[in-house]
Ligand binder design. Structure first.
Ligand SMILES: [Zn+2]
Length: 713
């Protein structure tokens, strides 16, 4: 059964002997008055089968039946009495699929179940070897989700215009987004929480200054052989597709919510109106939260309300508001008066202001679109995870708000969240592995297995503990199902090369008890995506690719992945992240890097070979290209780091001659430059701050090299 590579893996499946052979156009059977979702199901099966002859030589006519209990006049024509009883017993999204040598029958409990059954059928179709046509194995499936809502959080903009512009799906237009929605349906994902942070990727005539239009940025132009300043406009501003996309998704049972700041990074307003931001007499105090908007200002409130109405006009089914992640709050006169208590605690002031905003926005939403929903992502600072505190906050937010953030990396805390809000309000956010993905500067990190050899060679007592990885995402989906949470949400802030993350959400959100370990699911999942033959090799190449950042090259570019601890104003929980980040001078450093280099080389050669031969979906070709680049860059980074250290060692030993030092530094520089060449030729957005590590390493090596060259005369 595993060799069918279905994702999600069905809840109950029984394979029978034989295969159904489809070599001529089948007879499609549907309810007299079919539901729109059933019509989509039928059309997609017909499209997948393509042009088949009208009639088979042997005269056999295959039937494909698609319907649901709620639309079929007489379901007993297609199902036995016992099958009807079983189907009645499962979720509204459930379906029964059976295939024998003469017919395929798909019956949903409701039309969305029928549409899901059709997705399973599409995954079962195999090209027939020899004759033109398809085969379907004879089997019986009863399938239904364990969790009602299975959401992904992709990005349309992410701090666009605030120090970066966008990469991957942030640059997509209609065709790619439509492909993505089809991907979601194929894997039975039924909700999106589309991140819109930074300048708005839509036209907004009331506030043109807030729109991602004609923004200046630098990019590398190959023909020029250098960087050029251009003006960038988001594809949805140039050619609006978002309303159509939401409609397209809704027709396929996929809700689309906007993942939006409560008063942070809402369009370009804070850039155009600095007077409306948080105020403090101490300028540096707010750091990245300096762009938050002051909730006491009338212009801010009007702007935010109009923005929310605009989002609802576009067609969003709901808005998930994220509270500022900082522990700072506006110190203007009015905010001090209205929100600060005698303890002067900015976090409590922030909460008070936010409860007020939520209440107001809830009203705006209900007035404009009564069926739209409101979600929150709040209380993320460590000190406030205390359950007694949370229980008290419950009544301060709108009573029907869904809770999208809940601590998924700590099981006991997660149970506390479920108790505080009730499982019916929890949307079980994952452990964030794919929210962190972009902070690696387009290198690949998702599994603890990828920790650099630095761990074992340099500090053998070190225990990787960084919780943001795929295994913990999966654990969160499983625990959310165990506690009967309303939903699960998986971050998908990056796409090409990272599909195994969203695929895990699709699998474990639907069926958390799949009979295989997460590690085995990764291989199974890659085989599902890339095909049986090469899938295993892609899985192996990603799991074995070490994560080594450019900050390992030289000491001046130690730029830890920034994550502020709002309480201690230091870096929080980055022990494991500091492993790929830190510049070490330990004894085993060169040996560890050499071992990483060997692993990266192996991944690189495997993926390159696969990529060159790959003839499948171009979206997956892009994924292979991404992985190949990540592996090649890891090789270059390791080489540069090794050569730089060798030069340092000679310096330290007061080597009598300069030329071997110069030789090592020159070679380190070549590798560091190669790394940045791959960056700039494959990434549109060079303003991306995480590329500073790549640029910084070049500068540091250059400086040292120049010093030695000068000393040589
Ligand atoms: Zn204020």
């Amino acid at each position: 059964m595993r060799d069918l590579y279905l994702v999600p893996y069905p809840q109950e499946m029984e394979t029978l002997a034989g295969k159904l052979l489809i070599t001529s156009h089948p007879v499609f059977m549907a309810p007299t008055i079919a539901d729109a979702k059933e019509r989509i199901a039928l059309a997609s099966i017909e499209e997948a089968l393509g042009d088949l002859p009208k009639r088979d030589k042997n005269g056999a006519k295959i039937e494909i039946r698609v319907g649901s209990m709620s639309t079929l006049k007489d379901v007993s024509q297609w199902l036995t009495e016992q099958e009807v009883l079983r189907l009645k017993d499962v979720s509204e999204q459930g379906y029964l699929l059976k295939a024998d040598r003469m017919a395929v029958t798909v019956v949903g409990k409701t039309p969305i179940g029928a549409l899901y059954g059709a997705q399973t059928l599409l995954q079962l179709l195999r090209l027939h070897q020899g004759r033109k046509g398809y085969t379907v194995p004879c089997l019986r499936i009863l399938d239904y989700p364990s969790i009602h809502k299975r959401f992904l959080a992709p990005v349309m903009t992410w701090y666009a215009g605030y120090g970066r512009m966008g990469f991957c799906m942030q640059l997509w237009g209609w065709e790619q987004w439509k492909w993505f929605v089809d991907w979601c349906l194929e894997h039975k994902v039924n909700g999106l929480m589309l991140c819109i942070y930074g300048y708005y990727p839509f036209r907004f005539d009331e506030y043109p200054e807030a729109v991602l239009k004609d923004l200046e940025m630098n990019t590398w132009i190959k023909e020029v052989g250098g960087e050029m300043t251009i003006r960038y406009t988001h594809p949805n501003v140039t050619n609006e597709f978002l309303p159509r996309l939401i409609k397209y998704a809704n027709e396929r049972g996929i809700e689309v919510h906007c993942y939006f700041g409560l008063d942070t990074f809402n369009g370009g307003y804070a850039m155009a109106h600095p007077e409306s931001r948080y105020f403090s007499t101490n300028d540096g105090k707010f750091r990245q939260f300096k762009y938050n908007l002051c909730p006491s200002r009338e212009d801010v409130i009007i702007y935010l309300q109009r923005s929310i109405r605009k989002l609802l006009d576009i067609g969003f089914n709901g808005i998930v508001f994220e509270q500022s992640e900082g522990a700072v709050f506006c110190e203007c006169k009015e905010c001090r008066r209205k929100y600060y208590g005698t303890d002067n605690d900015p976090r409590k002031a922030l909460h008070r202001a936010d409860y007020e905003l939520l209440k107001m926005f809830h009203q705006v939403i209900k007035d404009a679109k009564p069926d739209a929903t409101l979600g929150v992502m709040m209380w993320r600072q460590g000190s406030e995870m205390d359950m007694e505190y949370l229980k008290k906050q419950k009544d301060l937010i709108p009573h029907d708000a869904l809770v999208f953030w809940s601590n998924g990396s700590d099981y006991e805390q997660f149970v506390g969240w479920v108790e505080a809000f009730g499982p019916e309000r929890i949307m079980g956010q994952d452990a964030h592995s794919m929210a962190w993905a972009p902070t690696y500067g387009r290198l690949f990190f998702m599994f603890p297995e990828q920790y650099s050899n630095y761990v074992s060679f340099v500090d053998s007592s070190y225990k990787p503990s960084f919780p943001q990885n795929l295994w913990n995402d999966i654990r969160q989906y499983q625990q959310a199902a165990k506690h009967r949470c309303r939903g699960v949400t998986g971050f998908a802030f990056d796409w090409h090369g990272w599909e195994i993350g969203p695929l895990s959400l699709a699998q474990y959100g639907w069926n958390p008890d799949i009979p295989m370990k997460p590690r085995d699911f990764v291989e199974y999942g890659y085989r599902h995506l890339f095909g049986k033959e090469i899938g295993s090799r892609v899985a192996e190449s990603t799991l074995n690719l070490p994560i080594v950042l450019e900050s390992r090259i030289c000491e001046d570019v130690i730029k830890p992945v920034p994550r502020d601890d709002p309480l201690k104003e230091g870096l929080v929980n980055i022990t494991a992240l500091s492993v790929p980040t830190k510049f070490g001078e330990g004894k085993g450093e060169v040996k560890a890097l050499a071992a990483d280099l060997r692993k990266a080389q192996k991944s690189f050669h495997t993926v390159r070979k696969i990529r060159k031969r790959f003839r499948g979906d171009p979206h997956y070709l892009k994924s292979l290209t991404f992985l190949e680049n990540a592996a090649e860059r890891t090789m270059k980074i390791c080489r540069a780091a090794i050569d730089y250290r060798k030069a340092l060692q000679l310096e330290k030993a007061k080597h009598p001659r300069a030329d071997p030092i110069i030789k090592y530094l020159t070679s380190a520089l070549d590798s560091a430059e190669d790394n940045y060449r791959i960056v700039r030729e494959n990434n549109f957005d060079l303003t991306e701050e995480f590329f500073d590590r790549a640029r910084g390493s070049i500068q540091t090596i250059k400086k040292r090299l120049e010093k030695w060259m000068t000393s040589q005369g």
